[in-house]
Write a protein that binds this ligand. Sequence first.
Ligand SMILES: [Fe+2]
Length: 248
Amino acid sequence: MATRRSFLKASVQGSLAIGAVSILPTVLSSCSSSKKTSGSGSVFTTLPNQTPLPYAYNALEPIIDAQTMEIHYSKHAAAYSKNLKEAMAAESVADGTSLETILGKVSAYSAKMRNNGGGHYNHELFWKCMKPNGEQQVTGKLLTAIEASFNSFGNFKTKLTESAMTRFGSGWAWLYLDTDKKLQIASTPNQDNPLMDLSPVKGIPLLGIDVWEHAYYLKYQNKRADYIDNWFKVINWDFVQKRYETVA
Ligand SMILES: [Fe+2]
């Protein structure tokens, strides 16, 4: 079984970095949640600016309504990006430093950095984890790994739903790859995520669901369970699968 030290060493050598230094080329400066291929592996890089929403505000209807998407992206998520950039400037974080690098040592920064760095990262991932045009099935290596870890896709869905439902207040539920490169499910409060050095669950987020009320309240009100159940119909499994294959 890999130790945390060996995992981090492997990350620095070319897999995904948790707290490892990511040197970002200028070409990625306007791009977020990209991946940079380097030698034997790839490194995800998320930068402070919002990337364009990969679909129209109304594209996920009827699962997620256009007004919720517009407010979520252009108000809530935009504020995380803006506040993150303020925190980076105030705390002398070098331009081009990735969120992955910042979050890996976020305990060294302010609460503003933690809340908004996490908020920006989580939403940049969240938009890409969804897609319009009908329910997609998970296939390939990711399906094999899900079945190996959770016995069946149905059991995986049940566990992720439970994790999202039992997150008291605001937060996220994750499918993530832990430091032993095993698939795990957990939730985190507020805008925390498994990349953070201070998180009790550590790893690489592959898929995340936002269970802040701002993500669903206009359409679903207090019915978080209905939002979660419907959200499974808009998961972009192609994206999640590629993400998994990059880091597994
Ligand atoms: Fe959100």
